[in-house]
Structure formats: structure tokens, C-alpha cells
Design a protein around this ligand. Structure first.
Ligand SMILES: Nc1ncnc2c1ncn2[C@@H]1O[C@H](COP(=O)(O)OP(=O)(O)O)[C@@H](O)[C@H]1O
Ligand SMILES: [Mg+2]
Length: 176
């Protein structure tokens, strides 16, 4: 099991990057009334055909076939399902992939959120060409950040410019 939700986000988003996504959205929302935490990650990368999309959810697939497939997806699915939640993956070749996971916030095995700020920051500055949309609704906080808007403001200054990194660090610290 991965130790926190932020690590799951990092892993799933890295899959989107590998799939050459240009737009990636990450939404994490806590619904205190329903005792639910939901995570949704969507990309416009290369996508998967039906069979692949099924196989990558199976933790035993790699051992059965000898093909080297990682465990990022089965781990998230496992975490969601052990906490009494659910998992869904939808993908279409040439269009993209979206992944949704729900967790029961009362379950003792619910991992902590982890460091969302650093996770978002690292993703933004190490992939300045990708348009990220982050949305977090957590314990009264309502945070959203679309890097496309920042890029429009910044013009030619790249998102990984030292001053921009400084600004982003401060912004994430204040808002998240
Ligand atoms: N967003 C995505 N778009 C296209 N293919 C994906 C995506 N996410 C996962 N995959 C496919 O599923 C495989 C398994 O992903 P994962 O379980 O995270 O393990 P790993 O990343 O180590 O291979 C990836 O290698 C890739 O082929
Ligand atoms: Mg992975």
C-alpha cells in the first residue's frame, strides 16, 4: 500500500505524462456528510484499448504474462476498495483516460492526504508544457489552479523560472 494519497496522485499523473497528455486534471474532494473522499484524474493522452484498460487493473497480470507492468493502478484500486470505496477507469485509444477513486473517510486504513502542495509544485515545474488543472475541496478549503491561466499571465516566462517557482510555492502554501 502506498503511504499517502499524494503519492497515488503522483503515480497516476506520471502515467498521464508518459501517455503524452497535454491536459491533465486532478480533483480531490471531501464530502463530510457522506464520509467520502473522492479523487478524479483525467488526461488527453494516448489512452488504452479495452483489453489493456482491463488488464492494467489486475495486480497479477504482470506475473501471469511475464510482461512488465507496474502496480500504480492496482495499488490505488486496492487502497480505494479496502477502505470501503470504489475505483473506476475509463479509457479510449486516441482520446485519453480518466480514473476515479472513492474512499470511506471513516475507515481506519484510509491513508493520509500527504503533501499535496509539493506534489502539485513538482508536477507543474517539471512539466511546464502540460496544462494542469488542480481542484481541491477539503475541510472548508476550496482551491483551484489552472496552469493555462498562469501561462497566459506570464507570457514568455516559463513556469519553471525561479521567480515563478517562488511565487507558486508561496501561493500553494497560502491557498492549500
Ligand atoms: N493515463 C494513461 N494513459 C495511457 N496508458 C496508461 C495510463 N495509465 C496507465 N496506463 C498503462 O497502464 C500501465 C500500468 O500503469 P501502472 O499500474 O501505473 O504501472 P506502471 O506505470 O509502472 O507501468 C502503464 O504502463 C500504461 O501502459
Ligand atoms: Mg504508473
Amino acid at each position: 500500500m502506498m503511504e499517502d494519497i499524494a503519492s497515488h496522485i503522483m503515480d497516476i499523473v506520471m502515467n498521464s505524462i508518459t501517455a503524452r497528455a497535454r491536459h491533465i486534471s486532478v480533483t480531490i474532494e471531501k464530502d463530510p456528510d457522506a464520509h467520502r473522499l473522492t479523487l478524479a484524474i483525467a488526461d488527453d493522452g494516448v489512452g488504452m484499448d479495452r483489453e489493456t484498460a482491463q488488464k492494467v487493473q489486475d495486480p497479477f497480470f504482470s506475473t501471469k504474462t511475464g510482461r512488465k507492468v507496474g502496480l500504480g493502478i492496482p495499488l490505488l484500486k486496492g487502497t480505494a476498495e479496502t477502505t470501503g470505496g470504489s475505483f473506476a477507469l475509463q479509457s479510449e485509444r486516441g482520446l485519453g483516460t480518466s480514473i476515479g477513486a472513492a474512499f470511506d473517510t471513516d475507515h481506519p486504513d484510509l491513508p493520509p492526504l500527504g503533501n499535496l502542495k509539493d506534489t502539485f509544485l513538482v508536477l507543474i515545474v517539471s512539466h511546464p508544457d502540460v496544462d494542469f488543472t488542480f481542484r481541491c475541496r477539503l475541510d472548508g478549503k476550496d482551491f483551484s489552479l489552472a496552469t493555462k491561466d498562469l501561462k497566459n499571465e506570464l507570457g514568455d516566462v516559463p513556469l519553471n523560472h525561479p521567480e515563478v517557482i517562488g511565487f507558486l510555492t508561496k501561493y500553494l502554501d497560502e491557498q492549500l
